[in-house]
Design a protein around this ligand. Structure first.
Ligand SMILES: Cc1ncc(COP(=O)(O)O)c(C=O)c1O
Length: 191
């Protein structure tokens, strides 16, 4: 299963996303077709790879508080906060950079806060060690019984969600290029 039926019904993601041809003479003259997989149209608040990576995680969290990690401009934090607002569960964003705690929120973090995300700023050394038992224990003692999703949302459930991307593209192209940050999207696509 890649897309939980209950969440499908609540959020109505546009999947499969459309595959649109881009006409570009530089490719055409070599007999190469260029297509864009319009995952940006999947959902206004969970665009790009965000629906694919979050859907199974949201289902697994089953309404518990979701805690996740990101930088000051993280699209993953924004999407998680939006999912929390849309589905009615609490979210915590652990943000890289304790210096940001004393500055006005940038538009990305302001959006997260407006969507109800509790922002917790940590210094860069702590952020780098975010997967260590010590840091995780500290976060659990602060925020209680939370479901933890790693930076970029990239865990096994996210990769599983992204396998749908590979199925949607099967037979449609010889080569696929994908943006790569944490690698979760690529892992699912390749699988
Ligand atoms: C639209 C989009 N595509 C791909 C990526 C990369 O995703 P991943 O972290 O799974 O490699 C990101 C995130 O950085 C993104 O926002």
């Amino acid at each position: 299963m890649n897309s939980p039926p209950r969440l499908d019904a609540l959020l109505r993601p546009r999947v499969p996303s459309p595959l649109r041809e881009v006409h570009d003479e530089r490719f055409a003259r070599h007999g190469v077709g260029l297509f864009l997989k319009r995952d940006d149209l999947i959902h206004p608040d969970l665009p790009g790879n965000k629906w694919r990576k979050l859907a199974l995680n949201l289902e697994a969290a089953a309404g518990r508080t979701l805690l996740t990690f990101g930088g000051a401009y993280s699209n993953h934090l924004r999407a998680t906060a939006a999912a929390g607002r849309l589905l009615g569960f609490p979210t915590v964003g652990v943000v890289r950079g304790d210096e940001l705690a004393h500055r006005p929120l940038n538009p990305s973090l302001a959006r997260c806060a407006a969507d109800g995300m509790r922002l917790h700023f940590v210094d860069r050394t702590t952020y780098r060690a975010k997967a260590s038992p010590e840091v995780l224990e500290g976060l659990l003692s602060l925020f209680g019984d939370v479901e933890v999703i790693p930076e970029g949302g990239s865990n096994a459930l996210a990769a599983q969600g992204c396998t749908a991307l590979g199925r949607e593209l099967a037979g449609a192209c010889d080569v696929a290029a994908v943006a790569c940050g944490t690698g979760g999207t690529l892992a699912g696509l390749a699988a």
